[in-house]
Design a protein around this ligand. Structure first.
Ligand code: PHE
Length: 445
């Protein structure tokens, strides 16, 4: 076996690092989840709380995760253990969470293929809700698309860090931005679009509860992919001298812009009353159908959703694959195959839980909803608390500082702020929101 350093891949440069990490961040979370969570939680009021969570918690945590990865240059489990012996479990907890997320994320990702094709061939028909229910509760059809999507990931991952992930990100991300801009310009060009938009972004603080803060925080962590090893592994592929904070700021800016623009596109179509996961898959095709060239817009929208999903899922897959390659000594192809097979099993079960297996429930939730809620409401906040405690309190202060400032060369002004946020603000705020949010959640059951 060759040595660790010769075996490890890495990104070619700064742009590649930003595109790949932005690809991980920008996903279903931005285009599918953010708009519906916003409309359920009081529109503009939610956005204000969300932006607060992004700046005070998400950004510092993203920097922390990049730093741990970049410093240790290994998979999430070894990364924590290398910095402080006995802390490998934190990396393992992240990998388990990201695997659970893959379980339902791949299912929705698979739907985007069917919807892109059905839009292109104009075959969704007039009953949008019916099409969605018939398709998602079917046994085989969604399974086939989900497996196809997982295999797409598989082939990118076995292509390697530069030949697979970097190359795919460099093609997908510009395409994604282009489609997003075209759709946004088109929706704002419609006068009824501009009007609907005003209604949704106007803050309604009466809808804000403890759970709103938990939702906003969970969304911030989810959309930035923090705590789960995905950003850690990408950080480990950053070249020497990459500015950690600068890269994180670029990623956060792009991610936030895409979320807001996606909300603009969706709300300007006048669908703010539609809630839940139906927002993107039922309301959007209906709106597009009423427009000239509707099926082209619809196809572009689902292509956008699919691209965003793919650039995110490769980071999830890579995080878990890196464990099998580096910790279990497997070849990249072998490690990736295990992850692919595991993902197919879990995602198939999640897909079936919407139809044939829908009666099997825990706390009233089928497997699909359980995976989503458990990771977003429980695992993400816990990982947020633990990661900030690790960098703020467990990592030797001078070492953390050296890493965060690239040996004192960069970010000297922002470092104290970031360190303060990680050491005090994140643990206290995330724990508080977590406890109160859970109490609220249990009361609402
Ligand atoms: N950030 C992605 C999104 O918003 C989801 C994700 C979570 C990606 C965890 C990687 C790891 O859709």
């Amino acid at each position: 076996m060759s040595t660790e350093t010769t075996k490890r891949g890495g990104f070619g440069g700064k742009l590649a690092a930003i595109l790949a990490a932005a690809g991980s961040a920008i996903g279903l979370g931005n285009i599918w989840r953010f708009p519906y969570i916003t409309s359920e939680n009081g529109g503009g009021a939610f956005i204000i709380i969300y932006l607060g969570c992004i700046l005070l918690l998400g950004l510092p945590l993203l920097i922390a995760e990049f730093a741990v990865g970049h410093n240790s240059k290994c998979n999430p489990i070894d990364a924590f253990a290398k910095i402080r012996k006995g802390w490998g479990w934190l990396g393992a907890m992240g990998l388990i969470s990201v695997f659970l997320i893959m379980g339902y994320y791949f299912v929705i990702s698979g739907w985007t293929i069917n919807y892109t094709i059905a839009s292109a061939t104009d075959s969704i028909g007039g009953d949008y809700g019916g099409f969605f229910t018939t398709f998602t509760t079917d046994i085989w059809k969604p399974l086939i698309f989900t497996v196809a999507f997982i295999l797409l990931n598989h082939f990118i991952i076995i292509g390697g860090v530069q030949g697979g992930i970097e190359k795919a990100s460099k093609i997908m991300m510009p395409l994604l931005f282009a489609i997003l801009v075209v759709l946004a310009v088109y929706s704002l060009w419609l006068p009824e679009g501009r009007e609907a938009l005003g209604n949704v972004f106007t803050p309604d603080f009466s809808k804000v509860t403890g759970k709103t803060f938990l939702d906003a925080m969970g969304q911030a962590f989810f959309t930035l992919s923090v705590g789960m090893g995905a950003m850690l592994i990408y950080g480990s592929y950053f070249k020497e001298g990459t500015k950690i904070a600068g890269t994180a700021i670029s990623v956060v800016t792009l991610d936030t812009l895409v979320a807001i623009i996606a909300a603009v596109i969706i709300f300007s179509a006048g669908v703010e009353n539609e809630s839940g996961m139906q927002l993107a898959f039922v309301a959007m095709p209906k709106v597009f159908a009423a427009m000239p060239l509707g099926n082209v817009w619809s196809m572009l929208f689902f292509l956008l959703l699919g691209l965003a999903a793919l650039s995110s899922t490769i980071s999830m897959h890579e995080a878990v694959t890196s464990y099998f390659v580096e910790k279990r000594g497997m070849t990249r192809t072998m490690g990736a195959t295990i992850v692919t097979l595991g993902a197919i099993l879990l995602a198939s079960a999640a897909s079936l839980s919407l139809g044939a297996w829908n009666e099997y429930r825990v706390a009233g939730m089928n497997l699909f909803a359980l995976l989503d809620n458990f990771t977003a409401i429980v695992m993400l906040p816990l990982l947020g608390i633990l990661t900030s405690v690790f960098v703020g309190w467990i990592w030797k202060r001078s070492d953390a500082k050296a890493e965060l400032t690239a040996q004192g060369g960069v970010d000297k002004a922002t470092y104290p702020v970031i360190y303060f946020l990680l050491r005090y603000v994140c643990p206290v705020l995330v724990s508080t929101v977590f406890v109160f949010g859970i109490i609220d959640f249990i009361k609402s059951l």
